[in-house]
Design a binder for this molecule. Structure first.
Ligand code: NAP
Length: 270
């Protein structure tokens, strides 16, 4: 299982983490599959997932509740939980309340990595980052980061944040390559982890991409999704958070970290 350094922290984070969007609902709670979802989350942790990515927004908070229930029987210190604050909660009054809500639902007294979920035009970035830093100094958050930030906004954040910004979580997969233009080089030069979300493009790929992937997958006795993940994490500073509620897929995704793509594979995929 591969690990990468989180930002410039010296802390190691798994190259493959677990996404949780739609587990327990989309924008609102869906309680209909709670037992099954808790079992899946526990099975994922048992097979070796330690980084769990979630957000207060997911399932209207219910996704965090399910994670909280699932992790009860595990050693919290061995898990790395990322959660995100929604754009309506970025003020110095709202952010501590949002964090408190996440902590309560997750049943934990700290979050490992807390991200601004999306930037919004009218946000007071300095106020938000200062509030996050204060909550971090108070012990409720270990590291802070951002999500869906472009390079300009990330640069601005680095300048005004009282504590290091260790991560930017963005859309990045074999077909969505925008981060490669500016963002990824910037993160690599500045010791920031780029977390690739929707790393499997939810399985909807062009015929051409599938053809290339199949060729390389065959060579490595792997699946095309494993190759997509392996390609992402072959890049410096990149980790990925695929989501699955299928035991076989969860295993395959975790094992993708062991595949070593050769230079000609990487060239073809690039
Ligand atoms: N920061 C943000 O704004 C943001 C935005 C979007 C997503 N995210 C995070 O990123 C995570 C991942 O992104 P995502 O959920 O959008 O999409 P994704 O991980 O690219 O794709 C998930 C889909 O792929 C399938 N899948 C997973 N592994 C597979 C495998 N080995 N073989 C075949 N199919 C497989 C899953 O179905 P099965 O369940 O059947 O395996 C599911 O339908 C989210 O869950 C969330 O935590 C963050």
């Amino acid at each position: 299982m591969g690990f990468k350094q989180l930002g410039s922290t010296g802390e190691e984070i798994p190259a493959i983490g677990l996404g949780t969007w739609e587990i327990g609902g989309r924008e609102t709670p869906d309680y209909s599959r709670d037992k099954e979802n808790i079992k899946i989350l526990q099975a994922a942790i048992e097979m070796g997932y330690t980084h769990i990515d979630t957000a207060e927004y997911y399932g209207g908070g219910h996704t965090e509740e399910l994670i909280g229930e699932a992790i009860k029987t595990f050693d919290r210190s061995k898990l790395f939980i990322t959660s995100k604050v929604w754009p309506t909660h970025l003020s110095k009054e709202e952010l501590p309340k949002a964090l408190k809500g996440s902590l309560k639902r997750l049943g934990t007294d700290y979050i490992d990595l807390y991200l601004i979920h999306w930037p919004v035009p009218d946000m007071d970035l300095k106020e938000t980052l200062t509030t996050m830093a204060e909550l971090s100094k108070a012990g409720y958050i270990r590291y802070i980061g951002v999500s869906n930030f472009d390079v300009a906004l990330l640069k601005k954040s680095l300048l005004i944040s009282p504590v290091p910004i260790v991560c930017n979580q963005v859309l990045y997969n074999l077909e969505d390559r925008e981060p490669e233009n500016e963002l990824l080089p910037f993160c690599q030069e500045n010791g920031i982890t780029l977390t690739a979300y929707t790393p499997l493009k939810k399985g909807s790929l062009s015929k051409h991409t599938e053809k290339v992937l199949k060729k390389i997958a065959k060579k490595h006795n792997a699946t095309i999704y494993q190759i997509m993940l392996s390609w992402l994490i072959s890049k410096d500073n990149v980790i990925a958070i695929p989501r699955s509620t299928n035991i076989q897929h969860l295993k395959e995704n975790l094992e993708a970290a062991d595949i070593i793509l050769e230079p000609d594979d990487l060239q073809l995929l690039d």
